[in-house]
Design a protein around this ligand. Structure first.
Ligand code: ZN
Length: 173
């Protein structure tokens, strides 16, 4: 039998994106929950939820009646900046929002902002997928665009694919 995990072992399974705190840090280890969207670490035969371990490392113990919420609505995210305390009812509301749109709420907000800046849809899809670690297709972006004016600023597919997330971000400023 190998050595027992300690709380610090949680970092072995988190992609910390080279310390970039503006993006989701996804859990790469074992998963649990009905949708397999929560990471866990086994410590002394007990399953501990990864995002709760990280939250407690930075903020101290979690009160019994509270839950740790993801501001990014990305259950596998362990970026301490994306974790906040909330009530169970807050958490249920988060789930409803995510299920109806299929994307984290901040991602949808950001897509609307990028669309308003005339960033091409394919570039937005690529940027959002990379930033939030989710699958965001061009048609999802198009669906979110419903009701807004069509952008005249179309780039070629090749130009878009050659754009980095940084270049897209620069285009905004
Ligand atoms: Zn996140």
């Amino acid at each position: 039998m190998g050595r027992q995990n300690t709380l610090d072992d949680v970092w072995r399974f988190i992609d910390t994106r080279e310390g970039n705190q503006d993006v989701c840090w996804l859990w790469t280890g074992a998963r649990s929950g009905p949708n397999l969207d929560r990471g866990y670490l086994s410590i002394n035969k007990e399953k501990k939820l990864a995002h709760r371990i990280v939250f407690e490392m930075f903020n101290g113990p979690i009160a019994d009646n509270m839950v740790v919420r993801h501001v990014c609505n990305n259950g596998l995210c362990c970026n301490p900046k994306h974790l906040i305390l909330g009530t169970r009812s807050d958490n249920e509301k988060d789930k409803v929002k995510t299920d109806t749109i299929g994307l984290p709420v901040p991602a949808v907000r950001e897509i609307r902002r990028l669309l308003a800046s005339n960033i091409p849809q394919a570039a937005i899809a690529k940027f959002i997928s990379s930033k939030y670690g989710v699958e965001c297709s061009r048609s999802t972006v198009r669906n979110i665009k419903l009701g807004t004016r069509r952008s005249e600023d179309e780039m070629s597919a090749e130009e878009i694919m050659n754009m980095s997330a940084q270049e897209i971000r620069n285009k905004l400023t």
